[in-house]
Design a protein around this ligand. Structure first.
Ligand code: NAD
Length: 486
């Protein structure tokens, strides 16, 4: 609600529409947003067809010159106003995140806090694209190099942190003078698209600088292929990331890929077992395990494995499963039948191969309970595949080197956590893990606006988002020379 008692944002403005220099009808029809916990229809948004995307690309390219030339203070003002609007409407954002993405309110609050941090950090980037004064090749001449915007950036996002993933890409991209085409996931187009567009509309962002184009694979392909798009920032699965990279590669565009993970939480024999099990529970069961940074393997020293597993099962059994809007519920539904079926297959095949279910393991529709598996071997899908559900495979080890070898036995390389009574020892182990991120005596699932987020191997293409990494991702060098002073 706004101060004058009206609903913010007014559904009449955006229902069935896309945001492309104002709210407008699309040529791609509409899509319905369904609440996973109840099956109720929540909203209807426009779907951007390839024609809509082409028009949006042309508008974004047209708006790019003025936006790149705007004074940093103008860009900063927009980011600060967007930040104030996000604070003002945080209850609306929380409610939509809870209903669309099926996370508990604390997950909504986390996204809002993290998105605010991204906006604040982007304010600092707006006046920062650095340059270098180089030694000229002609005496008395000038040689300068500095970072300039790329132009139009296409942002293609998944459903699991719709607000945060939108803001973490578009805030630095806009701050650094780019224009943005944002394609939210069709499961979360309101919290990952409509509301974001309304924030920046209220913040006074000029028309065409940010456009929101909901839709599925076809819309995403059109964004990646659009000739006006200079860079694609994709967050999602490795499978689709490969396709998007191929399409963008055809156009010789920059591509930043933030993909999946098969992340290990390693517990050495001198670890505080209760603290490690709590970190393990949070890392695997939080938001039903539907996070790229969730722990997908619990590697526990054989001396501790019984105590650790008991504690993990204890946590799993205290977590109430249900509609995330109901007080006391910690575990909402899985986002879609497709994903719930996939989790079920991974667990069932692993059990058929000899794994044992210590708790959970059977779903009720979309509701999959926190599950702990032991007797997991390396041939089982619970070991090899990203599960993206609340399932914790526990694997014992005897030697530190063995733990490192098991953790590195994956093509992914996103994040990890190492638990030990000695931070130095844990750090030495952490340094041998092939991941873009690693955390000592903590959860595997962390992010910070000032840190380079991203992974190695199948978890990305070496791109990072956040902190100074965003400065590199969303700008490029220009070199200028002159025979005299400029
Ligand atoms: P997905 O790859 O299926 O979809 C992601 C986005 O791509 C969606 O917007 C979708 O509509 C779009 N898309 C689908 N097919 C496309 C195509 N052919 N061309 C262009 N766009 C297309 O992702 P998902 O399975 O819904 O999300 C979960 C995956 O995302 C997991 O693997 C998870 O680990 C990963 N993820 C990674 C990060 C990260 O920051 N590294 C964050 C969140 C999720």
């Amino acid at each position: 609600m706004t101060g004058n008692g009206k609903t913010w944002p007014d559904p009449v403005e955006w229902t069935g529409k896309i945001y492309s220099a104002g709210w407008r009808e699309s040529e791609g029809g509409t899509l319905q947003v369904i609440e996973p916990a109840t099956g109720h229809a929540l909203a209807e948004v426009g779907v951007a067809s390839s024609v809509d995307v082409a028009r949006a690309g042309a508008r974004a390219a047209q708006a790019a010159g003025d936006w790149a030339a705007a004074a940093p203070s103008d860009r900063i003002d927009v980011l600060l106003r967007a930040s104030s609007a996000l604070r003002e409407h945080s209850a609306t954002f929380r409610d939509w995140i809870v209903r669309e993405s099926a996370g508990v309110p604390a997950k909504g609050d986390y996204e809002i806090t993290a998105a605010l941090a991204q906006l604040t950090h982007a304010v600092g980037l707006a006046s920062r694209p650095p340059g270098e004064v180089l030694t000229p090749q002609t005496p008395g001449g000038t040689s300068l190099a500095w970072r300039v915007p790329l132009g139009v950036v296409g942002v293609i996002n998944p459903w699991n942190a719709p607000l945060l993933f939108a803001v973490r890409a578009l805030a630095p991209a806009l701050a650094l003078g780019n224009t943005v085409l944002l394609k939210p996931d069709p499961l979360t187009p309101v919290s990952g698209g409509v509301l974001v567009a309304r924030l920046f509309e209220d913040a006074g962002l000029p028309d065409g600088v940010l456009q929101v184009l909901p839709g599925g694979a076809e819309t995403g392909q059109a964004v990646a292929a659009d000739p006006h798009v200079a860079m694609v920032a994709f967050t999602g699965s490795a499978e689709v990331g490969r396709v998007v990279a191929g399409v963008a590669g055809e156009g010789l565009k920059r591509v930043a890929l933030e993909l999946g993970g098969k992340n290990s939480l390693v517990v050495l024999e001198d670890a505080d077992v209760d603290a490690a099990a709590l970190a393990g529970a949070v890392s695997t069961f939080g938001y039903q395990g539907q996070a790229c940074v969730a722990a997908g393997r619990h590697l526990v020293h054989a001396d501790l494995v019984e105590a650790y597993t008991d504690a993990l099962v204890g946590h799993a059994r205290t977590l109430r499963v249900g509609d995330p809007r109901v007080e006391g519920v910690s575990i909402g539904p899985i986002i879609s039948e497709r994903l719930a079926t996939r989790i079920e297959r991974i667990v069932d095949e692993s059990v058929a191969g000899g794994a044992r279910v210590l708790t959970g393991g059977r779903r009720d529709g979309l509701f999959y309970p926190p599950t702990v598996l032991d007797r997991v071997d390396r041939a089982m899908p619970a070991f090899t595949e990203e599960i993206f559900g609340p399932v914790a495979p526990v694997i014992p080890f005897h030697r530190e080197a063995e733990a490192i070898e098991i953790a590195n036995d994956t093509a992914y390389g996103l994040t990890a956590a190492v638990h030990s009574g000695s931070v130095q020892r844990a750090t030495a182990v952490a340094e041998q893990l092939r991941t873009g991120m690693v955390h000592i005596n903590d959860v595997s699932a962390k992010d910070a606006a000032n840190a380079p987020f991203g992974g190695m191997g199948l978890s990305g293409n070496g791109s990072r988002i956040g902190g100074s990494a965003s400065l590199e991702e969303f700008t490029q060098w220009r070199w200028l020379t002159a025979p005299g002073p400029v």
